[in-house]
Ligand binder design. Structure first.
Ligand code: FE2
Ligand code: FE2
Length: 141
């Protein structure tokens, strides 16, 4: 199965929120998401896919922690809701990694993985983008 045309995610400069560390983590997210996608569609060994997932999950947790620390520093007003969404996304990531570990056919996991990556990419584009204005305001002070 080739899902290439169906789900490709990539960094775009307009996704930058203006914090170098967070933007680098977002850029890395797209690289890691692509590794997982490519590994799944090319039927790579499960051990390699699980390695990618473990790295992805750990980096995501670090990223959420760093982003929440930044929002706290900035006095971001929707921190509570944003943090809640991070926990939901992390739970979905864990669930997807678990499915990949235990599925009898990895191809069955493609849809679940795609749905997770789409949700994460949408979070960056719609929710994380709201942090940008607060960084700009802080830079003007
Ligand atoms: Fe983020
Ligand atoms: Fe976020």
């Amino acid at each position: 199965m080739s899902g290439n045309a169906l789900w490709q995610f990539g960094w775009r400069d307009d996704l930058a929120i203006g914090d170098a560390a967070i933007d680098a983590q977002h850029r890395a997210f797209f690289v890691e998401a692509e590794q997982i996608r490519a590994a799944l569609v090319s039927d790579q060994p499960r051990a390699r896919i699980l390695d990618y997932c473990a790295t992805f999950r750990a980096d995501l947790e670090t990223h959420f922690r760093d982003e929440e620390a930044l929002m706290t520093t900035l006095g971001f007003p929707q921190l509570r809701d944003h943090r809640l969404e991070h926990s939901r996304l992390l739970a979905q990531t864990e669930e997807t990694c678990h499915e990949l570990e235990h599925a009898t056919c990895l191809i069955d996991c493609l849809l679940g993985t795609r749905s997770l990556l789409e949700r994460l990419a949408e979070h960056i584009a719609l929710q994380d983008a709201r942090i940008r204005a607060f960084i700009q305001a802080a830079n003007k002070e």
